[in-house]
Design a protein around this ligand. Structure first.
Ligand code: PGA
Length: 250
């Protein structure tokens, strides 16, 4: 039975003071839920250490929002997997549309980040979904996951996130969400077998709100939700986590 997952991506926001305020508000609201829902918060790099120290022993994990895929030190402005681990991260997001567009990354480039994360001992959170105006092609996972074993895939989590769903007033429809998550699971079943696919958490991200969470979670192939704007709001994110805990009793 897989534990559902709640992901909060803070993007380029949240000072250290706001980080501490978030923890004070959020922790008491989810203290009874951490056994039932895996919670991962991905702050900006500047807050990883502060957040990881404050969350030590709570069962809530911290992740990076991106990482540099190569070795060496001559990469001014970049952060490697080992530096993320040193700061207290155990997860790292890879393939977010905003990062892909900013850096001009294609699927092989995202695959190099997946590999770098695994090699550093981080658990990759792979974001995948259709670009604007195109259908979702789950077969792009062949490139995104090139060189990854089934065992490595079970260490990962997947976020189905259509590019056009980010930063809107409303998420895409629950049927669209379920179809996307199911397509990812089907692809993993075909390539890596039922046991691997059953172990993997596949969640949805894109304009998630507490008001929409229940409907988005109705399909058993949706293992949780990720949020950014609502993920930075401790009250809203706790409400989302509670709905994940209540709806997912597998
Ligand atoms: P949003 O962002 O929740 O603010 O729409 C989602 C994302 O970019 O992952």
């Amino acid at each position: 039975m897989r534990k559902p997952l709640a992901l909060s991506n803070w993007k380029m926001a949240m000072t250290l003071a706001q980080t501490r305020a978030f923890i004070r508000e959020f922790l008491p609201r989810v203290a009874d839920l951490v056994e039932r829902v895996e919670i991962v918060v991905c702050p900006p790099y500047t807050a990883i250490h502060t957040l990881a120290e404050a969350l030590r022993g709570t069962g809530i994990s911290v992740g990076g929002q991106d990482l540099w895929p190569g070795p060496g030190e001559a990469h001014t402005g970049a952060i490697s997997g080992p530096l993320l681990v040193d700061a207290g991260a155990t997860w790292v997001m890879v393939g977010h549309w905003e990062v892909r567009r900013r850096l001009g990354e294609d699927d092989p480039a995202v695959n190099r980040k997946v590999r770098a994360a695994l090699d550093a001992g981080l658990r990759p959170i792979l974001l995948v979904g259709e670009p604007y105006g195109e259908p979702f092609d789950p077969d792009r996972l062949a490139t995104l996951l090139a060189g990854c074993s089934g065992e490595e895939i079970t260490r990962m989590a997947f976020v189905y996130e259509p590019e056009g769903a980010i930063g809107r007033a409303e998420p895409v429809s629950p049927a669209h969400v379920a179809a996307g998550c199911r397509a990812i699971r089907r692809w993993i079943i075909q390539r890596h077998g039922e046991a691997t696919a059953e172990a993997v958490r596949i969640i949805y991200g894109g304009s998630v709100t507490p008001e929409h969470a229940g409907a988005l979670l109705a399909d058993p192939d949706v293992d949780g939700l990720g949020a950014s704007r609502r993920g930075r709001d401790p009250v809203a994110f706790a409400q989302i986590v509670r709905q994940i805990a209540e709806l997912h009793r597998r």
